[in-house]
Design a binder for this molecule. Structure first.
Ligand code: HEM
Length: 290
């Protein structure tokens, strides 16, 4: 197994997303090596941000900057961090204890800047009630979409991830009738059927993976998040590169044809970051230079 298995595995019942920034001038190498010894790729998925890659002198994966757009009244923020941990499990208490342990371990060199709790809503539905993940590639196609697969490359088995926290206004969503809501998604909530006559602004028309050139397949592993009365989707998508995601995002925003995604009528991203998820070798996180 050369990749972090949690990326390919089906969604857990519960999750935590932890973001960290490296402290200036701290000796990050020792602490980071201790973290890597704990990361199994399954219960804990690890992603490294661009500036951390630079500080660790890992030059191989070319991680682009997450784009920031302001277009047609839509704002897409770029909020990069150094380290991203996706803790996966079935028990919220265990995930809390794990976050406490990891935060303490990293404290000499990294400050924890964000923690979001995620969960699986109604067996994999967004808060709006729509099934999420239907058109994800499966089996070998999922492996091809999500992981770098270049013979003899140190990057083989690694993955690039786009992470965006979207905050829904459920009261705004409720002002639309069932037909209008289905047209925003381009699918019927009742039976998950794709609508043949969906408008061009429908989310699944904006993102139809086969409609891009080259085709833009992604492995989406998003989960619902909630804090107090706020909630939405923690959008998480893995790819062998970030090209598919960035093409889809541009089209959603309306940068391609002036038509923006109907999702923006009731939800917006409040964060946005790219990370590189290293491969495993002999069950351990493998970094080209450490
Ligand atoms: C609040 C944010 C979002 C929600 C609630 C959402 C929800 C959904 C739903 C319900 C579907 C239809 C079922 C499925 O195939 O999964 C879907 C499809 C899809 N979404 Fe999203 N999505 C969101 C954001 C995004 C973003 C930011 C992207 C990429 C930039 C994206 C990419 C896709 C893709 C690639 C598909 C499958 C399209 C196809 O090939 O048919 N989604 N999404």
């Amino acid at each position: 197994m050369t990749y972090q298995r949690g990326i390919l595995a089906s969604l857990p019942q519960a999750a935590r997303y932890l973001s960290f920034n490296a402290l200036p001038s701290a000796d990050i190498h020792t602490v980071f090596a201790q973290l890597c010894a704990l990361v199994d790729g399954e219960q804990i998925v690890l992603g490294l941000g661009k500036s951390l890659l630079q500080r660790l002198a890992i030059n191989s994966p070319k991680l682009p900057n997450f784009p920031s757009y302001t277009h047609m009244g839509i704002h897409i923020p770029s909020t990069p961090h150094d380290l991203w941990l996706w803790l996966r499990g079935d028990d919220r208490g265990e995930l809390l204890l794990s976050s406490q342990h990891l935060t303490r371990l990293l404290a000499p060199a990294f400050v924890c800047v964000d923690i979001v709790e995620g969960f699986c809503h109604l067996g994999g539905r967004d808060l709006t009630g729509y099934e999420d993940g239907t058109e994800n590639p499966q089996g070998d196609e999922a492996v091809r979409a999500a992981f770098v697969n270049e013979p003899d490359s140190v990057l083989t088995g690694s993955s690039f991830v786009a992470v965006q926290q979207w905050q829904h206004s459920m009261s705004t969503f409720a002002t639309y009738d069932e037909n209008e809501q289905d047209n925003m998604m381009g699918r019927r909530r009742r039976d998950n059927e794709e609508l043949d006559d969906a408008p061009e602004s429908a989310h699944v028309k904006r993102t139809a993976q086969e409609s891009f050139s080259p085709e833009a397949f992604l492995l989406r592993r998003s989960m619902t998040w909630a804090t107090g009365v706020n909630g939405g989707l923690m959008f998480v998508a893995f790819g062998h590169s970030l090209q598919a995601f960035s093409q889809q995002l541009r089209r959603m925003v309306g940068l391609e044809d002036g038509i923006s995604d109907a999702l923006f009528k009731f939800t917006q991203p409040t964060t946005g970051a790219y990370y590189w998820c290293p491969p495993l070798r002999d069950g351990k996180i493998y970094l080209p230079t450490l």
